[in-house]
Design a protein around this ligand. Structure first.
Ligand code: ADP
Ligand code: MG
Length: 292
């Protein structure tokens, strides 16, 4: 049977926009030593905006952008959505349907259009980039401004890059500071590049970050954090975050996250309000003192 103190903490949580899916999660939260955060959509608003486009000399700009949008139109990654809406704003032409298309989570998208083999995504995913010093130089500069870089490859040539800037949630740094006051260490996990991750980490004030983290690598990071800190939570919003949410002692989903994240999580923040995490911990500690 459920203890009155637990029941009262759960109902108190609900009043504060925190949904606990059971008393055991409150118990775990009261012992919490560290929290891992997903970057995109969790620490940031998850609505990246296209800021820069660089296209190799000799390419037909409009044709290239039209094909990029046609490929990204088949992905529901936040970067893809932003690229498609950006291109649609500037080009008034119906998108084409690539012959084949393959979404590679944490990497990008592959497609075939006519005789051309296309790849759109992160640096590791693109070949022919190493010899393109001009593109790399541009990318490094843009990444040091905290922008995410998406590269475009046709056959074996890296032909373009698109930079997108996502905004750190205003309340993120406050939330992290509150957690630190409660003795909870914070780590950001992201598939984004080292340079970009560093800027977002310093803006949000997380204690530590891990960049270039593939979806399955996030689970490994959680396992390592559990060895280091014993009781660890994970906060995320995406389908990609579900395995890490399940691995953490406490999985916390952003209320506006995807269904899979909401179902997998133990705790749901009804609004995407990060400071409620500290509130949840306070409630759990209060509950524990009453019970003990
Ligand atoms: P995060 O952990 O920050 O949410 P992801 O793991 O989803 O990031 O993606 C990591 C990187 O892979 C992105 O920063 C981007 O460079 C690339 N990427 C993934 N999906 C796409 C896509 N649909 N279009 C372009 N780039 C992508
Ligand atoms: Mg996310």
């Amino acid at each position: 049977s459920i203890m009155p103190a637990t029941l009262s903490a759960i109902s108190n949580g609900a009043k504060h926009g925190i949904l606990f899916k059971g008393g055991v999660h409150l118990e775990n939260l009261s012992h919490l030593k560290a929290i891992a955060f997903d970057k995109t959509g969790t620490l940031t608003k998850g609505k990246p905006v296209v800021t820069d486009i660089h296209i190799q000399d000799g390419e037909d700009h409009n044709d290239l952008l039209w094909k990029i949008a046609s490929i990204e139109n088949h992905s529901n990654h936040p970067l893809a959505l932003s690229i498609v809406s950006h291109v649609k704003k500037h080009l008034n032409k119906e998108l084409l349907h690539p012959e084949t298309i393959e979404d590679m989570p944490g990497m990008g998208v592959k497609a075939i259009i006519g005789e051309e083999y296309w790849k759109i995504g992160k640096a590791d995913f693109i070949s022919g980039l190493k010899s393109n010093h001009k593109l790399i130089e541009k990318a490094n500069l843009l990444a040091s401004e905290g922008k995410t870089i998406v590269y475009v490859q046709i056959n074996n040539r890296a032909v373009a890059l698109i930079a997108l800037k996502d905004v750190v949630r205003e309340e993120a740094s406050k939330a992290i500071k509150e957690l630190n006051k409660l003795g909870v260490y914070s780590v950001m996990l992201t598939g984004d590049s080292e340079k970009t991750a560093k800027v977002i980490a310093s803006e949000s004030l997380v204690n530590e970050y891990v960049a270039e983290c593939l979806p399955e690598e996030k689970v490994n990071q959680l396992i390592k954090l559990k060895e280091r800190f014993k009781t660890v939570a994970m906060v995320g919003d995406g389908i990609n975050d579900a395995p890490a949410l399940a691995t953490a002692n406490v999985g916390i989903a952003m209320g506006e996250g995807t269904d899979v994240a909401l179902e997998t999580a133990d705790v749901v923040l009804m609004k995407n309000d990060l400071p409620r995490i500290a509130e949840a911990i306070r409630l759990s500690k209060k509950m524990n003192t009453i019970i003990k």
